[in-house]
Each structure stands twice: as C-alpha cells, then as structure tokens.
Design a protein around this ligand. Structure first.
Ligand code: DX5
Ligand code: ZN
Length: 219
C-alpha cells in the first residue's frame, strides 16, 4: 500500500486556512487530518462539522477526521453530512464503539479506531473486521507539538502483526510527534499512514520543505 501523509490542521494558520491547505495540496500531502476535541475526552476544544464543511469547499483531498470526543455517536451523521471521508473514533470510555463503527459504515463513510498511549492494542482485535484504519496515538491526545513517545513503537509493531492476520486492507496510522526522523521509525515498525501537524505547519522553511523532508523518510 502507498504511504499516506495526513496534515493535521490543528497546527495550521487559521487566519488563512485556505492558503495553508492549498500549500499542503501543492506540496504533495495526501489527506487533511481534522482533530475534533470536545473539552471532555481531552482538555482542549477545537473544531466541529462547520470546519469540515469549510475544508470540503477548499480541497478535494480526503478529509481524515479524528473524533477525540465523548459520545461520538451523537455527531457521526453531522460530520459525514459535512463531508468527512473517514471518521476515526476512540474505544476508551465508549461501551458502544462497535455499534458506532457499524453506523459509520452504514452511512458509507470509512471507519477508523484510535487508541491512546495508555490503551493496549489488544482492544483492537474484535474491532478490526469493522474498520478501514487503525490509529496508534504516539502522544497523549489534546495538543500539537508534543514529543513522539518511543514506547509506542512496540505497540505499532504488534498492531501491524494483528492487521496482517486479517483478510482485509486496513491502514495503520500514527499520530503525534511525527517529524522527519520519527516518521522513519514508525514506518519501520509497520505504519503506513502518518499524521503530522507542527512538523508541517511550523517548519522554519515552510510547508513545501517540511513535506519534502517527511516524504523523504518514506523512501
Ligand atoms: C494530538 C492530535 C494530533 C496533533 C498532531 O492530540 O491528535 O493530530 O495535531 O500534531 P503534532 O504532529 O504536532 O504532534
Ligand atoms: Zn489526530
């Protein structure tokens, strides 16, 4: 499978979101990653369906929506109506995850499951038949600009092995602290989709140079 680079707009310049996204497109970013936070699941409050709808008007790149929220089932339909191409939800504090994944599938959207650093990859096993993407968080979610947790490499490795045992194409994504060097370690561990925020939008030489450096790490 081709490697996917997803730019997390949490780090983008919101005073000119359109220019930031267009710059990502031109630089060769594959997906746009939208971090939705509710101030409950994580101590930060970010974007809602309105931002997804705005991004949809700016770009044709797939919108990779990461719902870091409680009760995602209440918002699934709104995000899909707004133009989300995939919705990734968390199993932590979510007894209804399988039902919600089924609901996302029924609505014709790609479904993903994301696990926090403190969550074992073993929770993924019963969920794999119902997802197109697994996201192993490499920081505690909430903010851009945190350092990659090297302790997560083993989890990426073991998750890659679990995915291989399935009769299905499932992407293995990493998110948090991905830069030109950690992207190589994550790829070697078996990841094939990479979210990057600050390493793209805060690069001193601009978005083009940042994406070039990240893609170089993907070979
Ligand atoms: C973390 C978010 C990430 C974050 C990545 O809570 O899920 O997507 O924006 O940002 P960087 O790449 O700066 O760690
Ligand atoms: Zn994210």
């Amino acid at each position: 499978m081709k490697y996917i680079l997803s730019a997390s707009i949490l780090s983008a310049d919101f005073s000119n979101l359109e220019a930031s996204i267009r710059n990502c497109e031109q630089a060769g970013v594959d997906w746009i990653h939208i971090d939705v936070m509710d101030g409950h699941f994580v101590p930060n409050l970010t974007m809602g369906p309105f931002i997804v709808e705005t991004c949809k008007r700016i770009t044709n790149l797939p919108l990779d929506c990461h719902l870091i929220i409680e009760k995602p089932e209440n918002l699934v339909r709104s995000f899909i109506d707004a133009g989300a191409d995939s919705l990734t939800i968390h199993p932590e504090n979510n007894p209804n995850i399988l039902r919600t994944l089924g609901f996302i599938n029924e609505l014709g959207c790609k479904a993903g499951v994301a696990i926090n650093p403190g969550t074992s990859h073993l929770v993924l096993q019963p969920l794999l038949p119902f997802v197109d993407l697994v996201l192993v968080m490499t920081v505690n979610p909430g903010f851009s600009g945190q350092s990659f947790m090297p302790e997560m490499i083993t989890k990426v490795n073991e998750t890659a092995r679990m995915i291989k045992g399935q009769n299905k194409e499932i992407r293995l994504q990493v998110d948090g602290g991905i830069n030109a060097s950690t992207i190589i370690r994550a790829r070697q561990a078996g990841a094939d989709a990479f979210v990057s925020g600050s390493a793209i939008f805060d690069h001193p030489d601009g978005i083009n140079a940042a994406v070039f450096a990240l893609k170089k790490g993907l070979g």
